[in-house]
Design a protein around this ligand. Structure first.
Ligand SMILES: O=C(O)CCC(=O)C(=O)O
Length: 256
């Protein structure tokens, strides 16, 4: 993978856009060859060897309804080198304004007709950080648009603090905003139709969501990369309590 980001002017532009809007869109961040290598690697993973709490299906009885994989860098050298000391890390360092620490690399899919909407949320609600300096990158592995569920943002929402969240029934997105949408959320909504290799990156306080997949036969595959700023401290006790509670609830409901 080509590691170098573009020149200093481009980097300055990305950083300014990110600070202003709470997200950036970078078309063609990876080449089509790089995307097909990542897709091949995903296809070759033996999901039976991964712990069940890292593998989510819309319907556990149907392998074609795979919807999420967690901590991919633990299961393949290619994923590890994509997550760490890569072009993604370099971009995270730039946008966070400090050294980026890689935390999670996820696969997201919305299977045709069954892929549920991603509820409106702020990632920082899950992360529990002080200060909230973390970034999520979202890499398209195929064409994504309104039909199969594109990502939507509220521009500038990263400057407005954390909004109230509560439990959802959506596997993989257990928390949703309780007071969404406000009129100003919809006034500032921005969404992206993307192609394979295009990248979105958003701040941990940026409000975002995605539609369900309404298409008859298109999947909606992407990769997510989460980095924390090295000075962002996790409220470890609260985080552990939350993770354990969630794992218990999912097992009780037989969702994983
Ligand atoms: O893929 C999606 O639908 C949204 C992903 C997302 O919300 C996230 O990575 O924070």
């Amino acid at each position: 993978m080509e590691n170098q980001l573009l020149n200093a002017n481009t980097q300055k532009f990305w950083k300014e856009q990110y600070d202003l809007d709470g997200f950036i869109y970078i078309p063609g961040f990876l080449s089509l060859d790089e995307i097909s290598a990542l897709r091949k690697e995903l296809d070759s993973l033996d999901l039976n060897k991964m712990p069940p709490e890292k593998v989510y299906y819309e319907n556990k009885e149907r392998p074609d309804t795979l919807k999420q994989l967690q901590h991919l860098f633990n299961y393949s050298p290619l994923f590890k080198e994509t997550m760490f000391e890569s072009k993604f890390t370099e971009l995270a360092n730039l946008l966070l304004g400090e050294k980026a620490i890689g935390k999670n690399m996820q696969f997201f899919n919305k299977p045709p007709k069954l892929g549920k909407p991603t509820p409106p949320h702020q990632d920082g609600y899950y992360f529990m950080l002080e200060p909230q300096n973390a970034i999520t990158m979202w890499l398209a592995l195929e064409d994504v648009d309104e039909e199969n569920g594109c990502v939507r943002y509220v521009k500038g929402s990263h400057k407005e603090g954390m909004r109230p969240h509560g439990r959802t029934a959506v596997l993989g997105f257990s928390q949703a905003m309780l007071d969404f949408p406000q009129e100003s959320d919809l006034q500032h909504e921005v969404y992206f139709r993307v192609k394979p290799g295009d990248l979105l990156a958003h701040h941990s306080l940026t409000i975002h969501w995605a539609d369900g997949n309404q298409s008859e036969n298109r999947t909606r595959k992407s990769l997510g990369f989460i980095y924390y700023g090295e000075n962002a401290k996790v409220d470890e006790a609260a985080h552990k309590f939350y993770q354990e509670k969630l794992a218990r609830e999912l097992k009780e409901k037989d969702s994983i």
